[in-house]
Design a protein around this ligand. Structure first.
Ligand code: FVH
Length: 302
């Protein structure tokens, strides 16, 4: 019998299994492509021959496959589906809040407890202080599993009983990361074109981390209270600065994809009459799709 089973041994699943092993947990692993389990066997993991054996081996089943479709493909297999009763499934693949809620409903039909999680870390950070994992589901289920799951991340956060909320928060964070990755990369391209070292730029931006932390807290409060009328900077002034970045990019003969997109968002807010409000009042236009983005949503016509 294992303390925990890890199903899915990609980059992330392998890191999760290693963290359990490092914490002294008896760890059972299974992967569709069995060769990926070999390295973990050498490190002390017990390798199950089938997914059914892997589920049967432990009271807690951590699943980290590519997505929910791959996960459901495994757990709904008739050789596996009947073994979940009385076990806890911790599903960590990326996906949507709807997929999380549907998977929780499936687990309930199988008599399994269920936590749905989102990993905010690179595989190399798993098990360390910088790794964060958000978990959603019943408080009692989280409490019963947290001692085990703390092996995975310095920050293990229970985000509440709504099982969709870990994926919802991860989606919100991903929106931020997307802008962060593209914005930083665009800045690095400006540096290159100006003969500056992107590594120096990276150090400079890392030094600004406290400013960004304050700005995120402030934006969260301002958006939550809807108090946009005492701006640190206005939508109109941010729009003008970012529009200038399009010119900067054109002059350097580099791509202007990101500043063009960003200018368009702020322009939409100016056009809607919010130019004098705090920059994060762009939420007022982001709450609805722009006319050219409207498309049918599942089960609903536009
Ligand atoms: N890697 C990261 O940094 C990110 C951090 C944020 C969260 N993500 C999510 O974690 C999930 C797994 O990511 P991963 O990096 O481990 O992904 P891969 O290395 O591509 O491994 C995928 C595993 O899934 C197995 N798999 C895929 N499809 C199936 C299927 N139909 N049936 C059975 N297994 C399947 C695959 O098996 P194999 O190809 O080796 O046989 C791998 O074990 C993911 O949701 C990220 O978004 C990671």
């Amino acid at each position: 019998m294992g303390d925990v089973t890890v199903i899915g041994l990609g980059a992330m699943g392998t890191a999760l299994a290693r963290a359990f092993l490092s914490a002294g947990k008896t760890t059972v692993v299974w992967n569709r492509t069995s060769a990926k389990a070999d390295v973990l066997r050498d490190e002390g993991a017990k390798v199950a021959l089938t997914a059914a054996d892997a589920v049967a081996a432990s009271p807690v089943i951590v699943m980290c496959l590519s997505d929910y479709a791959a996960t459901r493909g495994i757990v709904e297999d008739k050789a596996v589906a009947g073994i979940f009763a009385g076990r806890l499934v911790v599903q960590l693949a990326s996906g949507t809040s709807s997929e999380a809620r549907a998977m929780a409903a499936w687990a309930a039909t199988r008599g399994a407890d269920y936590l749905d999680g989102a990993i905010s870390a690179w595989p190399s950070q798993i098990g360390g202080a910088d790794a964060a994992i958000l978990l959603a589901g019943p408080e009692t289920t989280f409490a019963s599993a947290s001692a085990l799951l703390q092996a995975l991340a310095g920050s293990l956060v229970h985000v509440g009983p709504d099982v969709g909320h870990a994926k919802a928060l991860f989606g919100a964070a991903l929106a931020y990361y997307a802008a962060h990755w593209i914005g930083f990369s665009h800045g690095a391209v400006i540096c290159e074109a100006e003969g500056l070292d992107p590594a120096q730029f990276g150090e400079m931006m890392a030094g600004s981390a406290p400013f960004f932390a304050d700005d995120m807290r402030r934006m969260g409060r301002v958006i939550a209270t809807g108090s946009f009328s005492a701006p640190e900077s206005t939508i109109a002034s941010v729009r003008a600065d970012i529009a200038r970045l399009v010119d900067v990019s054109d002059n350097l003969e580099i791509g202007a994809d990101f500043p063009t997109f960003a200018t368009g968002v702020f322009q939409r807010a100016v056009d809607a009459g919010y130019g004098a409000e705090e920059h994060c009042a762009i939420t007022k236009v982001l709450r609805s799709p722009a006319p050219h983005q409207r498309r049918p949503v599942q089960g609903r016509s536009v």
